[in-house]
Ligand binder design. Structure first.
Ligand code: FES
Length: 91
């Protein structure tokens, strides 16, 4: 009998990654250099900073909806987009 846990597959900006269940989207972003979550209004790439839902530097689109990467767990088949950020704040 196998005791291994199935890996989770997620797509980040078109690149498929696999990781163990329970990892946040922020952790998944860190696996792909440069590990950025979004682009600021001045064109700078931004990365998760506080890791606890305060700074909002980790905003990404997850399956088309804006989410905080540090507060979102990866699920199998998840599509994460760091480039197509909608304007405006979090819902
Ligand atoms: S890293 Fe600060 S809100 Fe996610």
């Amino acid at each position: 009998m196998s005791t291994s846990t199935p890996l989770v597959h997620a797509v980040i900006d078109g690149t498929t990654i696999e990781l163990a269940p329970g990892h946040s989207v922020a952790a998944a972003l860190a696996l792909l250099p440069p590990g950025c979550a979004r682009t600021s209004v001045t064109g700078e790439r931004r990365a998760p900073f506080c890791g606890m839902g305060i700074c909002h530097e980790c905003r990404v689109l997850v399956d088309g909806r804006q989410r905080l990467a540090c507060q979102t767990l990866c699920t199998d088949g998840m599509v994460i987009d760091t480039r197509g950020q909608p304007q405006g704040g979090m819902p």
